[in-house]
Design a protein around this ligand. Structure first.
Ligand SMILES: Cc1ncc(COP(=O)(O)O)c(C=O)c1O
Length: 502
């Protein structure tokens, strides 16, 4: 399992414990004695095919479009809260949560128990009959939204939810054009791919009719940004002279938004969709006040405003339950997925009675959407968030982590930006802070490998795959953060030594 030139000396068989990197090629020694916090959960023994056989099946029988992380992809076997265990029983701290999905923790006992009970009671009947769990869940979920967002349509994935949101926006407004931000990810279905604006996901087939993109107001990488633009405990390293309550960067980006409205769409539009913080693009945050003004401009054109909360919802941003609340706006349509089911395939569109009724002019059905199992899982997830205080934990632990990571930004020239809110965090890597060229993808990949070897799983994103994405289960602790930051620090040290040895 040695990666690159360092050989990690493993601690215990059930976890990496204290990990030491033994130097093989570089002169100076790089080591970390980061201690993995204890966990008393004991995984079952792995009993399936050997690793190599699993890789062969993956190569031969599973679509090659589904890419894996790491030179030796992980074969994971079991999960418990913030921990994952591989086929050899090795333990990892999961800072990516199955791509920002496992919000309350892997196999959370309360969610698991509720699901097991429902499995024995009723799985599926479709929407042509009533069952108690959908009513109970709809009431519970919509009670978390401000008026007039009180009607829910349940689907199975985020792409489906955004498909439906686009469809409803067009039906309701009788307009066609929908605007999204560059760098946004709203799904890979043929309909949503028009909104998705990350080159890596684009394919050379006709799609996206009526979809257009506008400049993302990215205060780190974009042309404008200053020292207090964003709603985060950590600001960019850029300086500005804006006085309290003024943000020139926001004003400049609003001009760009107006430019799109004036040049690229008719007088009336169907809508505008935005994530409150961009997920796949690496936790890109907009200047405070931007969304509020943009929503107003969209509504002046009769468009509806859609908030894609697939990553930012369910307390992840800490200060609020929904990301849109952090911008002081109320959207017309909200889409939910990922954290809604803690890994169970479910999603939702929440909207107003008026917009929802546009879809009722004719039949519209989703066979699995809102099935008894999904609704039971969804309700148990909401209970777990409340009972375990996970929104508050996201705020406390997320803020702590952001401030700890900011120290690494000050220490390493290749850490260009640390940003985010709650447990929605991005660490953007650059060749050096003066130029902000993205750190090459292979170098990012090696840092990711090193973190994994030391027991920490991190995600990556950004237009150039240059940003580490840290969006763990919301149950992680400050001790876990200390461990993760120490591991990340060691991986960056190791990178610097590699670079110096070239
Ligand atoms: C913000 C956002 N919207 C929509 C989607 C699409 O969700 P799904 O993969 O469930 O179709 C994703 C998936 O990553 C996402 O991050």
């Amino acid at each position: 399992m040695a990666v690159g030139c360092a050989v990690p000396l493993r601690g215990s068989s059930r976890g990496l414990g204290s990990v030491v990197f033994r130097q093989q090629k570089w002169k100076s020694s790089v080591s970390t004695h980061a201690k993995m916090p204890p966990c008393d959960f004991v995984p079952e023994k792995y009993k399936s095919h050997p690793y190599e056989h699993m890789r062969k099946i993956r190569e031969q029988n599973i679509s090659p479009s589904l890419r894996t992380y790491y030179k030796e992809p992980l074969l994971l076997h079991q999960g418990h809260m913030q921990w994952l265990f591989d086929y050899e029983g090795r333990r990892y701290l999961d800072l990516f949560a199955g791509i920002v999905t496992v919000g309350v923790g892997h196999c959370h006992p309360k969610v698991t128990m509720a699901t097991q009970k429902q499995l024995a009671r009723l799985w599926h009947i479709s929407s042509i009959y009533m069952h108690p769990s959908i009513q109970e869940y709809a009431e519970k979920l919509t009670s978390l939204f401000p008026d007039p967002l009180k009607v829910v349509y349940l689907t199975n994935s985020g792409s489906e939810a955004n498909d439906l949101a686009m469809f409803m926006a067009r039906l309701y407004t009788r307009n066609f054009d929908i605007i999204s931000f560059r760098g946004s990810y709203h799904g890979s279905s043929p309909y949503t791919l028009g909104l998705t604006s990350v080159g890596l996901y684009k394919h050379g087939v006709a799609n996206g009719f009526g979809c257009l993109t506008t400049m993302v107001p990215d205060v780190f990488r974009g042309p404008w940004g200053g020292s207090h633009c964003r709603d985060s405990p950590v600001q960019t390293v850029r300086k500005c002279s804006c006085s309290e309550g003024v943000c020139h960067a926001k004003d400049q980006y609003i001009e760009q938004f107006k430019d799109t409205l004036n040049t690229s769409v008719p007088k009336t539009i169907a809508g505008f969709i935005a994530e409150p913080i961009q997920g796949v693009n690496g936790a890109v945050q907009y200047p405070r006040g931007f969304l509020k003004e943009a929503f107003q401009l969209v509504r002046e054109r009769q468009g509806v405003c859609i908030s894609d909360e697939v990553q930012t919802g369910f307390g992840r941003t800490g200060s609020h339950f929904w990301g849109f609340q952090t911008h002081g706006v109320v959207p017309d349509i909200v889409t939910l997925a990922k954290g809604i089911g803690n890994g169970f395939p479910m999603a939702a569109v929440v909207t107003t009675k008026e917009i929802a009724s546009s879809l009722a002019q004719n039949f519209h059905i989703n066979t699995f959407g809102g099935n008894p199992l999904a609704c039971t899982v969804g309700a148990a997830v909401l209970d777990a968030i409340e009972e375990d205080g996970l929104q508050k934990n996201s705020e406390d632990v997320g803020t702590y982590m952001l401030l700890e990571l900011a120290k690494l930004r000050d220490k390493f020239k290749i850490v260009g930006d640390v940003r985010g809110k709650g447990l929605m965090i991005g660490v953007e890597m650059v060749t050096d802070k003066d130029h902000c060229h993205p750190l090459p993808a292979e170098e990012i990949g090696q840092i990711l490998e090193d973190c994994k070897e030391m027991g920490v799983l991190i995600g990556r994103g950004g237009l150039y795959s240059q940003t580490f994405r840290i969006k763990p289960p919301m149950c992680i602790t400050k001790k876990d953060v200390d461990f993760a930051v120490e591991v990340f620090d060691a991986a960056l040290e190791r990178h610097m030594e590699r670079a110096a040895a070239k």
